[in-house]
Design a protein around this ligand. Structure first.
Ligand code: NAP
Ligand code: GCO
Length: 266
């Protein structure tokens, strides 16, 4: 087997919402594999912060302001990237939000906002990049799903509905565009230590660990939270020629939590 299959040399990768967190870690890994890195964020100051963070790692990334829920802005972004960097070979639909509110207390507007970012936006961005991928004869789309694509829990109804939908959108893009040599897969991270999960890991007033923190460590066979960097290798694999016959698959990078019923109490 030729290891060059894992190379992303000459490829243009757009990672949405990648100023920090999981998207940033995936972008760094893809850069190391040879890809040119393009990312967006909602505000210029966040894009600038992201550019500085990439530069600190020796990466000259291309950053753009774009709200992924705004279809006109996304189409303009794709046109600008194609003109300034090149046709997008790899799309990582990473941008996402969560609202932890009991369902009966969540407003319809709050529910819609989560669906808009976590499900409608991946549709919008994928729809914008697929035509050029078809023309180019290849493409890789990686949707950042979640354990909540498989499981529910209290207070995350909108997020679980969105991530469950994103799993099926992944399978449908695979079904509809596989014949054009476009592979669309998902990555389902477990519990990863990023700003999004910071509230679940906050130290308690008495200095003890957050109960949810202890719960997740006990429920995860790897007995730890994931780091954003744990997602870099799986993302490079799914973005590379090494995965050209992998399509419609959700790769769970979760330390084994989905496989484990949990320790007997006591
Ligand atoms: P994060 O730290 O909250 O970062 C999310 C990123 O998405 C931020 O850069 C944010 O930008 C951006 N974003 C949000 N709404 C956007 C919009 N409308 N347009 C453009 N960018 C937008 O989250 P994370 O933990 O890195 O998670 C990244 C992805 O992984 C998300 O899809 C999340 O659901 C998923 N995930 C996370 C975990 C975990 O345990 N952390 C596990 C499974 C899946 P701003 O800073 O401007 O808001
Ligand atoms: C939560 C967490 C999870 C993680 C992730 C797990 O509140 O349960 O935020 O949703 O973010 O999605 O895979």
């Amino acid at each position: 087997m030729d290891l060059k299959q894992f190379s992303l040399e000459g490829k243009v990768a757009l990672i949405t919402g990648a100023s920090y967190g999981i998207g940033f870690a995936i972008a760094c890994a893809m850069h190391e594999a040879g890809a040119a890195i393009v990312f967006n964020d909602i505000r210029q100051d966040l894009v600038d912060k992201g550019l500085a963070a990439y530069r600190e790692k020796g990466i000259e990334a291309h950053g753009y302001v774009c709200d992924v829920t705004d279809e006109d802005a996304v189409n303009a972004l794709v046109r600008k990237v194609e003109a300034e960097v090149g046709v997008i070979d790899i799309l990582v639909n990473n941008a996402g939000i969560i609202k932890r509110i009991p369902m009966t207390e969540m407003t319809a507007a709050q529910f819609r906002q989560v669906i808009d970012v976590d499900l409608n936006a991946p549709f919008i961005v994928a729809k914008a990049v697929i035509p050029s991928m078809i023309k180019k004869g290849h493409g890789k789309i990686i949707n950042i799903c979640s354990m909540m694509s498989e499981l529910g829990r209290e207070t995350v109804s909108a997020y679980a509905a969105a991530k469950g939908g994103l799993k099926m959108l992944t399978r449908n893009i695979c079904s509809e565009y596989g014949e054009y040599n476009i592979q669309c897969n998902g990555i389902g991270p477990g519990y990863i230590a990023t700003p999004q999960t910071a509230p679940l890991r906050e130290r308690q007033p008495d200095g003890s660990r957050h109960p949810f923190d202890s719960f997740i460590v006990a429920k995860t066979p790897a007995a730890r939270w994931g780091e954003a960097e744990d997602l870099g290798g799986p993302a490079v694999f799914l973005a590379s020629d090494a995965s050209n016959f992998v399509n419609g698959h959700i790769l769970y990078v979760d330390g084994g939590i989905l496989a484990y019923i949990g320790k007997q109490p006591g």
